[in-house]
Design a protein around this ligand. Structure first.
Ligand code: HPA
Ligand code: ZN
Length: 339
């Protein structure tokens, strides 16, 4: 890949729409928080921990991801976690980010919902002031738990509607179809939350249909398995439903065996509204620019492809039309100076 394309990728302003804040917990910070909070980690060193980042599927990753999150206890921890991510995002020229958090992972350990939300939001506010990064917060339900637990989590969120723009669905996909969460998504929507869901990562294209038709989601997270279903592709294109694709995640979780086989370029060629994101950057080998760089290299993407992807990232966001326009202008200005 040319140095010019690398530079283009690094310097073009972009939005990130698929980022689990718990998945941005770097080993150094994990060990520091463990020490501070008196939480035991079963690995003796950062090297030993990182040696375990060798996953054969989504579940093997999730087991480690949930264990890692055990070190997060206080509002300050959630602030520090979020601030560390924002600094990385800023280095990658991310000017808008929509981040997920998994409250159930923490509330079961006795962490207060308020501590989680307030810590994250305070960092997002400081990120806006200090780094000019705009942001939204999305609360995910854990799909391996039941709908009742999701409902209880939604109850908590009702007091924080001013801070949480939407709800999503993550964790173990196979065996936990979107249809399991029809009622809670319907209620969330009635309460004014926007909606997204992970679907078609390890699960089949049928789960993407369910997320669209039963949960009524506005975006699909991952959605790469949609490529197996021609009728689904036509529908996603027709409705311009965004798919927040995460190439390095797909590689590390063996959704694809080689980035050269990644469907991103085929999806672009079919006019699907695809975006590039980092998912859980601490665990998958890189933040958003690394995802663009590696997938661009593997699939021979051009500047024009990258420009479409970054424009898609703003189009697919939950920003207002006026805010989108402001970012499109920024992108076009940068594009002209980088051509
Ligand atoms: N898929 C499902 N659940 C998740 C993921 C993912 O990629 N990352 C964090 N939770
Ligand atoms: Zn994800």
């Amino acid at each position: 890949m040319t140095e010019e394309l690398k530079r283009y990728i690094r310097l073009i302003p972009k939005a990130e729409l698929h980022l689990h804040i718990e998945g941005s917990l770097e080993p150094e910070l994990m060990f520091a928080m463990a020490k501070k909070n008196g939480v035991k980690i079963k690995y003796n060193s950062i090297e030993e921990l990182q040696a375990a980042y060798n996953f054969n599927n989504l579940q093997e990753f999730l087991n480690l991801y949930y264990t890692g999150a055990d070190v997060l206890l206080t509002e300050e921890d959630f602030y520090d976690l979020t601030m560390a991510y924002l600094k990385k995002a800023h280095e990658d020229n991310v000017v808008h980010t929509e981040i997920f958090f998994d409250p159930q992972t923490h509330t079961v350990r006795g962490v207060k919902f308020e501590s989680i939300v307030n810590g994250i939001i305070r960092a997002l506010e400081d990120g806006e002031k200090e780094m000019n990064i705009s942001s939204h917060l999305i609360m995910c339900f854990l799909r391996h738990l039941d709908e009742k637990s999701a409902m209880k989590t939604l109850d908590y969120a009702l007091d924080h509607k001013d801070k949480i723009i939407g709800v999503g669905l993550d964790s173990s996909e196979l065996g936990n179809p979107p249809s399991k969460f029809t009622n809670v998504f319907e209620r969330a929507q009635k309460e004014g939350f926007l909606t997204v869901a992970h679907a078609g990562e390890e699960g089949p294209a049928a789960y993407v249909w369910e997320a669209m038709d039963l949960l009524n989601v506005m975006r699909i997270d991952h959605g790469v398995r949609s490529i197996d279903d021609k009728k689904l592709i036509d529908e996603l294109v027709k409705r311009q439903i965004p798919l927040t694709v995460c190439p390095l995640s797909n590689l590390r979780l063996k959704v694809v065996s080689d980035l050269k086989d990644h469907p991103l370029k085929r999806m672009l060629d079919k006019n699907l509204m695809v975006t590039v994101n980092s998912d859980d950057p601490s665990y998958f080998g890189g933040y958003v620019n690394q995802n663009y760089l590696e997938v661009a290299h593997a699939l021979n993407l051009t500047k024009d492809d990258i420009l479409i992807l970054v424009k898609n990232s703003f189009t697919s966001s939950f920003l207002s039309e006026k805010e989108k326009k402001r970012f499109f202008d920024k992108v076009e200005l940068a594009d002209r100076s980088l051509r």
